[in-house]
Write a new protein. Structure first.
Length: 255
C-alpha cells in the first residue's frame, strides 16, 4: 500500500523554528517530524512512500538524499495559497488508482496505528484517538474545548467531525491526521474535489470530510488509544519535550 506525507506548509505558529526550514523538518525528541512519519509508515509495511513539499522544498530534497527510508519527493508549487487538500491533489497522479495512506507531516505516531488503519477495508477511512482529552488538556492548559472539534463515530463509521463543540459530550475522539483511500475511495475523493472547483484551494481537510459526510459518503473510523501527538505551535513543541524529559507523557508514540 502506497503512502504520502503532506509536508508543504511552513507552520508559521512554530515561529523561529520554521524561519529557515519547513514544519516537517522541525525536530521532536531528537528527530525531524518527517523522519518519525516515514519510519512508522515503513515499519507498518507501507510503500512506496512519497512526500509532498512546498515551503523550502529544497530542504525536503536534501533530506531525501540522507533519509534511511526512501521516498519520492513531490511538490505543491502553490503551497502558500492553498491547503492540504490541494497538496494531496498534487500526489493524485502518483497515488490514484491504488490503495494509499495519507499522513499529515506534523504528527508523530507508532506503526501499530498505521496497521490498524491498513486493516480497515472501507474505501475511505481514518484513525481517531479515544484518549484525546489527556493530550488536549496538556496543550490547552486545562481547557480541552479551547481547540477541539466535534467528533462522533458509531458502528465503525464517522458521523460528525470538524464543528465547534459546546460540550465535551460532542467530542468522542480526535481525528489524528491519518487517512486511507482505496482505489474506489480515490475516485469518490477526486470527484468531490472537482465538484468544489476553485474553492478546493481554500478547503481544509476536516471541512472536506464534512462535505463527504453531507454527500452521504461512508467514512470508516478506526479507534486507537493515545500514543501520538500533533505539533502545531512552538508551545506544543516545548510541552512535549518537557513531558518526554520528565517521563510521564501519556501520548508518547515511541513506546
Amino acid at each position: 500500500m502506497k503512502a504520502v506525507i503532506l509536508a508543504a506548509g511552513r507552520g508559521s505558529r512554530l515561529k523561529r523554528h520554521t524561519d529557515e526550514r519547513p514544519k516537517a523538518l522541525v525536530e521532536l525528541a531528537g528527530r525531524p517530524l518527517l523522519a518519525w512519519g516515514l519510519e512508522a509508515l515503513a515499519e507498518a509495511g507501507a510503500g512506496p512512500l512519497a512526500v509532498v513539499g512546498g515551503y523550502r522544498h529544497d530542504l525536503i530534497e536534501a533530506f531525501k538524499a540522507k533519509s534511511p527510508v526512501p521516498f519520492t519527493a513531490l511538490v505543491n508549487p502553490r503551497w502558500a495559497e492553498t491547503n492540504m487538500l490541494a497538496s494531496l491533489s498534487c500526489a493524485a497522479e502518483w497515488a490514484a488508482g491504488q490503495d494509499c495512506l495519507i499522513s499529515y507531516a506534523d504528527i508523530a505516531y507508532p506503526a501499530r496505528h498505521v496497521r490498524a488503519l491498513m486493516a480497515d477495508e472501507r474505501p475511505i477511512a481514518l484513525t481517531y484517538d479515544v484518549d484525546w482529552e489527556k493530550l488536549w488538556r496538556l496543550r490547552s492548559g486545562g481547557d480541552p474545548l479551547a481547540d477541539a472539534e466535534t467528533f462522533r463515530a458509531e458502528g465503525g463509521l464517522l458521523r460528525d467531525i470538524g464543528a465547534r463543540p459546546e460540550s465535551l459530550d460532542q467530542v468522542r475522539g480526535q481525528y489524528m491526521g491519518l487517512l486511507k483511500l482505496t482505489a474506489e475511495g480515490w475516485a469518490v475523493w477526486l470527484d468531490q474535489v472537482e465538484a468544489l472547483g476553485p474553492a478546493a484551494d481554500r478547503s481544509d481537510m476536516t471541512g472536506f470530510l464534512r462535505r463527504l459526510l453531507a454527500a452521504g459518503t461512508p467514512i470508516g473510523a478506526v479507534p486507537v488509544r493515545g500514543a501520538w501527538c500533533e505539533v502545531d505551535s512552538d508551545r506544543d513543541l516545548e510541552l512535549y519535550e518537557n513531558a518526554l524529559a520528565e517521563g510521564f507523557f501519556s501520548h508518547d508514540w515511541r513506546n
